[in-house]
Design a protein around this ligand. Structure first.
Ligand SMILES: Cc1cc2nc3c(=O)[nH]c(=O)nc-3n(C[C@H](O)[C@H](O)[C@H](O)COP(=O)(O)OP(=O)(O)OC[C@H]3O[C@@H](n4cnc5c(N)ncnc54)[C@H](O)[C@@H]3O)c2cc1C
Ligand code: SF4
Length: 473
């Protein structure tokens, strides 16, 4: 039996930096079958416990290898409404793939790479989309008389909405922005998650009867109490974490110093990269510095270098990070892709000041060099500034990608909703219920920045608890 993994195809870096087309190509049918055949169908499949939504990975791979793609699709959809999205952006190497038996020491195939579960999931998700497969609503008279409000249309909100709708509950989603998807649309660029994939999986929820109201900020347009008095029997909050952190250094308010959120939103949501066809402009620098080492920093840098290529500017985009590459929280794949696309990495750098011209536009970034010290409370070695190591680089566009905090538009006007010192909503971890009876929460608004699949895991747990709550009413 072949134990070497099937290599996934990727667009050539020299070509892909000139557009926003998808970089990672999916498996062909032959490749998917070949990769599925590597799975040894373990008696005790650890991969499933590694998946935050508990997809029956063993079963869907078995069905795939028998070419029963429809069954594989419905097996995944039992636990996950978004196979094509998760198959593209899940950090599987830290989740199901990490738990796969192929990674276990002492096994005959231990040196081999774990099964490419996420690429198989993507293949099956895309099959379902091409064929227009739809899951059925379970008719439940007891539940169909209730309506539930979901605040936020990111992965958490959409997942909770989908789970409830499948069980016959009437669901209304309220989204503050003019488009659905949360970070999936305004944060993650199309070259990682094409918009037709996102639209298909969101549309499949609408087919389950989920109603979506856009440009509707709960906390401003309506309060939680008003939603209850309009007849909603429960409320789910999937508010996300969208408030950027800043460095707090001089010059940070100069023109062309962006937060990653603003920079990515302008391009991904408002199409600023094709201004003036769309109304939102963006400044494109000749010397771009992105500060940070997470997924957001990689996405911002990869968007930035594409803007330079697309506007015939000699590419010069640098990631500036205060630790080393080993400590970067970003997925390794994103780091590799960024490097292949020509992004430079300047590590062990602590920004100290931005300076600008007489019109108030940033022109330089002044930083100190660092070395690594003792580990901090995250277990990562702390950056320690080297005295007298100040240096300056040209920088006419800076993007700050050092973290995101809780969206607080709703929590600020709802004092009975308990939050922690970071502004995250406090829940009972057993059922995701907040301090207000009948109000549940999940995703990044609970516990801060996480991953899409973690948000889905919390939302599924909340949906089950909401169903129990409704049945008790
Ligand atoms: C740039 C970037 C790249 C990332 N890459 C990955 C990746 O590759 N893989 C991965 O797994 N994770 C990734 N993540 C993390 C992942 O996107 C998040 O963990 C996930 O989106 C959280 O989902 P959520 O539904 O909780 O919040 P969000 O996606 O933030 O959605 C929250 C939604 O609620 C809306 N909202 C907020 N307040 C209100 C209100 N009062 N009324 C109405 N609507 C409201 C917001 O407008 C938003 O649409 C990335 C994050 C970023 C920023
Ligand atoms: S642990 Fe790996 S080999 Fe075993 S069933 Fe899961 S995917 Fe297949």
């Amino acid at each position: 039996m072949k134990k070497e993994p099937v290599k996934i195809k990727e667009k050539d870096s020299a070509l892909r930096v000139k557009n926003f087309e998808e970089v990672v190509q999916g498996f062909s049918e032959i490749e998917a079958l070949e990769e599925a055949m590597r799975c040894i169908q373990c008696k005790n499949p650890q991969c499933i416990s590694g998946c935050p939504v508990g997809i029956d990975i063993k079963a869907f791979i078995r069905e795939l290898s028998k070419k029963d793609y429809d069954s594989a699709y419905f097996t995944i959809r039992k636990n996950n409404n978004f196979p094509s999205i998760c198959g593209r952006i899940c950090p599987a190497e830290y989740q199901c793939r990490k738990a796969c038996v192929f990674t276990k020491k002492g096994k005959p195939f231990a040196s081999k790479e774990s099964i490419n579960i996420h690429f198989l999931e993507r293949f099956i998700g895309d099959h379902g989309a091409k064929k227009g497969l739809e899951v059925k609503i379970v008719k439940n008279e007891k539940l169909s008389k209730f309506k539930v409000a979901v605040v936020g249309s990111g992965p958490a909100g959409l997942c909770c909405a989908g789970e409830l709708a499948r069980n016959g509950v009437k669901v209304s989603v309220f989204e503050g922005l003019h488009k659905t998807g949360g970070v999936l649309r305004y944060g993650i660029p199309a070259f990682r998650l094409p918009r037709n994939v996102l639209d298909f999986e969101i549309d499949s929820l609408k087919k389950l009867g989920v109603e979506i109201s856009l440009n509707f900020i709960v906390g401003k347009a309506k309060t939680i109490d008003e939603l209850f008095s309009e007849g909603f029997s429960a409320i789910f909050l999937g508010l996300g974490a969208g408030i950027p952190s800043f460095l707090g250094i001089p010059g940070e308010n100069l023109c062309n110093v962006y937060s990653a959120n603003e920079f990515l939103t302008r391009v991904n949501l408002m199409s600023a990269h094709i201004f003036p066809a769309y109304h939102t402009p963006i400044n494109i620098g000749k010397h771009i510095v992105v500060i940070g080492g997470g997924n957001t920093a990689m996405d911002a840098a990869r968007v930035a270098i594409r803007l330079q290529h697309m506007n015939a500017i000699k590419p010069d985009t640098t990631i500036s990070y205060r630790r080393t590459e080993v400590e970067m929280p970003s997925r390794r794949l994103e780091i590799e892709h960024a490097k292949e696309e020509g992004i430079k990495f300047d590590i062990l750098v602590k920004p100290e000041e931005f300076t600008g011209d007489e019109k108030g536009f940033v022109t330089k970034m002044r930083s100190s060099r660092c070395k690594l010290g003792e580990p901090d409370n995250t277990g990562r070695r702390k950056p320690v500034v080297i005295p007298d190591s100040l240096f300056e680089v040209d920088c006419d566009l800076a993007v700050i990608a050092i973290g995101l905090g809780a969206n607080q538009m709703l929590t600020r006007v709802t004092p009975q909703l308990k939050t922690d010192k970071y502004g995250d909503v406090i829940v009972n971890s057993e059922n995701m219920e907040t301090s207000i009876k009948g109000v549940f929460a999940g995703g990044d608004i609970v516990g801060g920045e996480g991953t899409v699949i973690e948000a889905l895991g919390m939302a599924k747990k909340a949906a089950s608890a909401i169903i129990e709550h409704l049945l008790r009413l």
